[in-house]
Design a protein around this ligand. Structure first.
Ligand code: ADP
Ligand code: SF4
Length: 699
């Protein structure tokens, strides 16, 4: 289908200093947990975005020197010429698909604890480092030599970015990551020299860095400045008016303004806490301050919103990190008029967790993310079928839907059976929980793709038994039957059932999601899962007017959500809706009307009123069908059955992202050459050993 003319504006070229991007789709820098450890995997991931039509594809923040080392986080490095080949690999791969390659130079100043390099961090003042783990490290105030050195290192890194073939480079002063931001910030910068005090003085370092970079590489490279437009902490922080004064002061100095909001948690808010385009009020008006192009983000997945941002003069370039992760082919789909094929980001921040755990990026919607090189997965393509085998997929949760969709794309004849009337498995109910409606896109996208496939037949209200399966004549069966929440309290901390007195009302998340509600009186939600479910259910009950306490052995609600940058938002919301959060406690016994809790440190017990308890601890795989089939293995040959595979939660309950990934894996591995027991399941890149003798070792 040809492109809808109303989207033409998105495909106009834009000049960024000496370079021109082919369209307005701009993949802003984003972390990915691969960085210098997995440079080829990283280059392949970025290249696929270029293939998918993005006009500009940027790196993550790239460390420029050991004094700005943000270990343990794994980003790219540009410390010396040794790093240039790895950097060039990405630029070359991006160019091969006609996009511009951008490299975000970053010296993180007093955000960098230098745990790897052990260099002393520096910033505008003598202050503790502002790092994620509150490391016991202090930064020292920079003197003039330090400032000179920093400018020298930044310039040298820009020259290496040019040597590596990049088209755009950055000076980073955003999110309290880019070191220059600490100079802009009144609360961090208490200097009395020409780098502190007035706005002009606080801008001096940033201005010098931009000018140095332009001087070094500006003849062939666009130089962008990334800056936060409001720290969202009131007058104490860099507030909107001040940020605008800074941008006005430096208006024409860079070739491009890249706008971020506050720190990373606010810039990349999840759908539970913010809608698409939530940055709009913060970036509106910035374009009037400069003639240079402006890029901004907003989890944009709707081309109409993108067009509006351009037409209303809010942005020149549509920035995206997460929408480009969920769908690396978003621009191409708009261009080809295939809107229904866009795999919209659900705003869950599973991708962010990769950076925080220093493991390759993963995405709930796009299971190929991070697997492009190591497993050879592509977000849009998959190899054709290798046999005429018929495949039965049982269960239409995220795992079953993904498996059926990808097998359908491969050309297999697929039957997809679902016990209930609704497709979506766990998401049928979970998408109705407070704040989780956007997660339903996981189902909607896949059902929308499967619908027109003539080779995938969907059977609703078909609860299959082993007899059914053996009678159908399928060669392969994927058992994606999901999992159920436990009702006995067993999980991470309790390895024996929680002692419950006769008549105590116990509910599981499945009960609540099915519409059951606790009897009158105080409800305890015991959360030993620590992801979203405990917090969401406590919120649900509190919003319905119930008296709710969330009991957790941890120090806060939904601990794991620190990795999706949501924990503090969850905690604030629970407090706001009246949930009492009871930290560091484990239930030891539940009586009628009362619960005994023990302190996880002292063991001291206390009692609390409790009419009913909701146990959010662990799930059990629904493996009955797979086990029944296994028990009848002798009948497989006559039935034409070759394999039965448990997939997703039916194998081991996990995240939705893990279930989608498992479905993809099943589809990828069907009919693949068998892997030897000693073969690794994926490729990896092993660093070359250094040459030369080892010091202190006799040779
Ligand atoms: P996952 O996250 O692994 O995809 P879900 O729990 O979301 O798992 O989905 C499992 C789906 O399987 C549910 O919709 C459930 O109704 C369905 N299901 C379970 N057992 C059967 C069965 N025997 N026959 C057909 N569908 C089943
Ligand atoms: Fe979007 Fe979630 Fe994928 Fe991140 S992991 S890109 S937030 S769908």
């Amino acid at each position: 289908m040809p492109r809808d003319p109303r989207y033409d504006i998105l495909f106009e070229p834009v000049k960024i200093g000496p370079v021109t991007t082919r369209n307005r789709f701009y993949q802003v820098p984003h972390c990915n947990g691969m960085g210098y450890r997995d440079p080829t995997a990283l280059a392949t991931m970025r290249a696929i975005k270029a293939e998918g039509g993005w006009g500009v594809v940027c790196t993550e923040q790239v460390e420029i020197h050991p004094t700005g080392d943000i270990s343990p986080f794994i980003e790219l490095r540009n410390w010396s010429d040794q790093d240039v080949p790895a950097l060039a690999r990405m630029a070359d791969a991006v160019h091969a698909h006609g996009a511009l390659a951008g490299l975000q130079l970053a010296h993180n100043g007093m955000n960098a604890p230098n745990l790897y390099s052990r260099e002393i961090p520096f910033g505008p003042a003598d202050l503790p480092v502002f790092s994620i783990y509150d490391d016991p490290v202090q930064a020292r105030a920079m003197d003039k030599t330090d400032i000179r050195n920093l400018r020298h290192w930044h310039r040298a890194a820009a020259l290496r970015a040019k040597a590596a073939g990049y088209d755009i480079t950055y000076v980073y002063a955003g999110k309290l990551f880019g070191g220059a931001m600490f100079f802009l910030s009144r609360r961090h910068n208490t200097r009395t020299d020409e780098y502190g005090g007035s706005l002009e003085n606080r801008c001096r370092l940033l201005k010098e860095l931009i000018e140095d970079t332009k001087d070094a590489v500006g003849d062939t490279m666009g130089v962008a400045c990334r800056i936060s437009v409001d720290e969202l902490i009131g007058p104490e922080g860099l507030h909107a008016a001040e940020a605008r004064d800074i941008i006005s002061h430096l208006a024409e100095v860079p070739d491009l303004w890249d706008l971020t909001l506050s720190s990373w948690d606010n810039d990349s808010q999840t759908s539970r806490f913010a809608d698409e385009g939530y940055q709009e009020p913060f970036v509106t008006g910035v374009k009037k301050l400069t003639t240079k192009p402006v890029v901004g983000v907003g989890r944009f997945t709707s081309p109409d919103t993108m067009v509006r941002m351009i037409r209303q003069g809010i942005l020149d370039l549509v920035g995206a990190a997460r929408p480009s992760i969920a769908d690396p082919f978003l621009p191409k789909k708009v261009e080809e008029g295939r809107m229904e094929d866009i795999r919209e980001c659900i705003g869950c921040n599973m991708c962010v967790s990769g950076d925080h755990t220093t493991t390759p990026i993963r995405c709930t919607q796009n299971p190929s993310m991070g697997e492009e090189w190591r497993r050879g997965w592509h977000p849009e393509r998959i190899r054709a079928k290798e046999s005429d085998a018929k495949v039965l997929v049982v269960g239409t949760g995220p795992a079953g839907l993904e498996a059926a969709m990808m097998l359908g794309r491969r050309g297999y004849e697929v039957a997809l059976a679902e016990a209930t009337r609704d497709l979506g498995g766990r998401l049928v109910a979970e998408r109705r929980l407070p704040g989780l409606s956007a997660w339903g896109r996981v189902v909607d996208y896949r059902v929308g793709q499967i619908d027109p496939m003539a080779n995938v037949e969907v059977y609703r209200e078909s609860r299959l038994t082993a007899d059914d399966v053996l009678g159908f004549g399928f060669a392969h069966v994927a058992v994606a039957t999901g999992a159920t929440w436990r009702a006995d309290g067993i999980g991470r901390r309790l390895l024996r059932p929680l002692p419950l007195a006769e008549g105590v009302e116990v509910l599981t998340p499945d009960d609540l999601m099915a519409g059951r509600r606790p009897a009158a009186g105080p409800v305890i939600v015991f959360d030993d899962d620590h992801y979203y479910m405990g917090g969401v259910l406590a919120e649900l009950l509190a919003r319905e007017g119930r008296e709710v306490a969330l009991v957790t052995p941890n120090g806060e609600a939904s601990t794991w959500m620190k990795l999706t940058m949501e924990q503090h938002f969850v905690q604030a919301r629970l407090l706001e809706v009246g949930v009492s959060i009871v930290p560091h406690r484990l239930p030891t016994r539940v009586e009628r009307g009362e619960i005994e809790l023990a302190c996880v440190y002292s063991g001291r017990t206390e009692r609390r009123a409790c009419a009913s308890i909701v146990l959010v601890t662990a799930r059990l795989p629904r493996k009955g069908l797979a086990e029944d089939l296994e028990a009848r293995r002798a009948e497989w040959a006559d039935a034409g059955l070759l394999s039965v595979t448990r997939v997703g939660d039916a194998l081991a309950p996990g995240t939705i992202a893990a279930a989608v990934w498992a479905g993809r894996r099943f589809a990828e591995e069907l009919d693949a050459p068998p892997r030897g027991l000693d073969d690794l399941p994926f490729r990896r890149e092993v660093a070359g050993l250094a040459d030369g003798p080892l010091p202190w070792v006799a040779h």
